[in-house]
Structures are given as C-alpha cells and as structure tokens.
Write a protein that binds this ligand. Structure first.
Ligand SMILES: [Zn+2]
Length: 424
C-alpha cells in the first residue's frame, strides 16, 4: 500500500510547513491540470499570497522576496473533494452487525476526536474540502469543524450537514418501543412539513451548511410536499439539500421536489436519471468497490447483499454518465481495514469509475469543480484561478493518463499553507 499517512507524519509535516502569512509563494509547476475543461498547461507559475491564488500562467514574474516551491516535475491540480463522508463514524464491527451498534457506545466527545483524526488524514492525502453528511452524535462534527477553522488542528474545509433528518426511526428498524427513541442521538425524527422545517432550522442553528435527509430506509418515505418544505427552508438560508435514496418512488419525490443532490441512487432507472439531468440535480454516487462491500456486508441491513449491489453500482454509474447526469465524487467510507487509512480506501473507488468507462477528465471534475458547485463553494474553491483559495495538490505522474496516480499525491497545500512537500 502506497504512502500510509500517520498522525505522527502529519505532525512532522506541520512542523516543516512553510507559513502562508505575508509571504508570496511561487510554485513552479511542470503541468497545471484544469479538470473543469480537461486541459493541461505546461511549465506554469502559480503565485500564492495570504492563502489565495494571485495569478497562474507561463512566464509570470516571480517577486524577488518570494519563496519558490519547485514542482517542476509534478502535475498540479485543485485539491480533491469528497462530497459524502462521515468523519466521526466508523463501523467498527462491520459485517451484519446492527447499524445502531456503530454509534450507541460512543460519546459525542469520542466521536469528535475520531473526526479530527480522520480530517487530518484526509487532508494529508489531498482532500482539501469534504462534506460531512451526518452521523455525528450530538453535533460532534460542528466542533471538529470549529477547531479546524480556528487553526487548532489541520484539516480540510468541512461543509457539515448537522443531524440527519428522517421519517420516524432514523435508519433503525424494529427497535422495541421500551428502548425509546435512542436513534435521536444520530437522527432527527421529522414527520410533517412543519417538523421538517424545524429540523432544518435546528441544524442551521448548530452550524450546518448543508442539509441531509434519509428518504427510503423504511416502508414509508417523504412526500413531495414534505421534501419541498426542506428545500424551501434550506434554500432560504442558502444551503443545499442532499437526499439518501436508492431509487423507486422516494427518488421520484426527491426529483419532483427539486433537491440538490441524490446520494447513492444505486437503483435509479434511465428515466429517473434523465429527469435528474434535466433538473440539474447532482448525483453523489458513492461507488463502493466489491472488495469493500464484501467487508461491509449489508451494513446492518441498510444495503442489499454485495453480489446485488456491486454490479448495480457499476451499471448505474455507466448509465448516469452516458445520460449526462452531473456526477460528484462521494466515498461514504466508514469502515476500517487493517493497515489501510480511510483516504487510501477512498482511492479504491477510482477502479469502479474506470470499470464503468468514465473518462479520467470527468472523474477529476467530479473530484473538484463539480463537487465545489454542489457544496456551494465554487466561488472559493475547486479550481486553480486568481482570487480562489490556494487548495492545491501535486503528484509525480499525470492523473489524466491514469487516475490511479492520485494515490501518488506528495504535495498538499491548504489555504496557501504547505501541508505536505515540497516534493523536491
Ligand atoms: Zn453515507
């Protein structure tokens, strides 16, 4: 396994990091990739100051007092984004253990520590922005985000969804009534437009910058009217709505209500994918590789068995791309495998995208500029252009020639601060 990034390695990288403050950094890049257009510009200079990109181009004058970072043998591109992650959740038991067992024995404080660790690992691997789509106890993710934003710990920009909003029962099934609604530790029960509006407001109050609803976890699911309440309330606050849904009538309602993204969507039909494209809805496709599914199992009854799900995922990704749906990368990686980091496991998803025949340029776009649009940070991040935040990664081989080269990222800059590297 390439480059296991440890917390100790991280701390060392931070110690060696070049401070961003008041220093102009000049990056000499062998190639700069624009995933948005699938183009490459060679022998470029990128000037960075106060955390932002000042200018990019060939033959730019380098100020005499600038610190030069030599990446002249590297491929530079915007920092990666994962639009579907759960930083504070780990399915420690895996297999077919009840889903509740993944959270019932962990305090919010412990969850925050876990999230901080994962956030650091993901940034070091090249993920400079992530959207956390819930499962964080009593808002552990908000404290993780706050600590990172305050500069206490390194980590990516986190767009958090707060607590997951769901019809009665969250993602639990058949819990005896005498146990009470312990799932409210992870979910908000909301069963009418009014309750949904209140749940959205509660999440916004605690710091959410996106909203997540679970649609088809039970025999009952949200109506168009209920979903419109979520969309209205969230959009009034300028935040997007994401919906966990596999397909069927619940997906029809989400499309009709005009949500911003379908998460998973494993069993969407061509007709549904066509409507998703027509309405400009994003598909965060969370394309688990078969090897992962064999370990995840049914995730406590939430997933179909691996032999059903794995081929469905590849087929759906291929169809979605062919139909022209806006694809965004989301990993949903919450499992552990011995000797491998969470970031390392996320790169395994690239194999699924290649198997589905997705061109490398569209894959890189899903990892950067398209994800930035869904996360409402496209005015700030996701491209290499003057005025945008200096969130950059580099590697010694071309990811457009082979997306597997993303595993070889050896330079990471976050808001103008060098997290890893310079490579040479
Ligand atoms: Zn998820």
């Amino acid at each position: 396994m390439k480059s296991l990034i440890t917390w100790a390695g991280w701390a060392l990288a931070m110690t060696l990091a070049i401070p961003a403050a008041a220093t102009t950094l000049a990056i000499r890049a062998g190639a700069v990739i624009d995933p948005e257009h699938g183009t490459v510009a060679h022998d470029q200079v990128v000037l960075v100051r106060d955390g932002r990109i000042l200018a990019v181009g060939a033959g730019l004058a380098i100020p005499a007092d600038a610190t030069v970072i030599d990446l002249s043998h590297e491929w530079l591109m915007p920092g990666l984004m994962d639009a579907h992650t759960h930083l504070t959740l780990t399915e420690v038991t895996g297999g077919d253990a009840p889903f509740e067992s993944f959270y019932i024995k962990e305090s919010t404080a412990y969850r925050a520590l876990r999230g901080l660790r994962n956030a650091g690992d993901l940034l070091a691997a090249g993920f400079t922005t992530v959207r956390d789509v819930g499962n964080a106890g009593e808002y552990a993710i908000e404290d993780v985000r706050r600590a990172i934003d305050a500069g206490m710990f390194p980590g990516p920009t986190i767009i958090s969804c707060g607590k997951i909003i769901a019809p009665f029962g969250g993602q639990s099934h058949s819990i005896p009534a005498e146990q009470g609604r312990f799932w409210n530790y992870e979910y908000i029960d909301a069963d009418s437009p009014a309750e949904i509006r209140k749940a959205v407001r509660q999440n916004l109050y605690y710091g959410a910058r996106a909203i997540k609803l679970v649609l088809d976890n039970n025999a009952y699911h949200y109506s168009v009217e209920e979903l419109r309440a979520a969309v209205e309330e969230a959009h009034a606050a300028g935040v997007p709505v994401s919906t966990h849904v596999y397909g069927g009538a619940a997906a029809d309602n989400a499309i009709e209500a005009g949500v911003d993204s379908i998460e998973h969507g494993f069993f969407l039909t061509d007709a549904q994918l066509g409507r998703i494209r027509d309405k400009g809805i994003f598909l965060t496709s969370t394309d688990y590789p078969r090897a992962h599914l064999d370990i995840i199992g049914t995730s406590g009854g939430i997933f179909p068995p691996p032999e059903v799900l794995a081929p469905a995922i590849i087929d759906r990704l291929r169809r979605a791309h062919k139909i022209g749906v806006r694809l965004v990368f989301g990993s949903d990686t919450v499992n552990e495998m011995p000797g491998r980091t969470r970031a390392d496991l996320m790169f395994d998803y690239l194999q699924v995208w290649r198997t589905a025949g997705i061109p490398a340029t569209d894959t890189l776009k899903a990892f950067t500029s398209e994800a930035a649009r869904l996360l409402h940070v496209d005015g700030e991040r996701g491209r290499i252009a003057g005025g945008l935040a200096a969130d950059l990664v580099a590697m010694p081989a071309d990811p457009l020639a082979d997306t597997e080269n993303l595993r070889r990222i050896d330079f990471v800059m976050k808001d103008g601060r060098v997290i890893r590297g310079p490579a040479r």
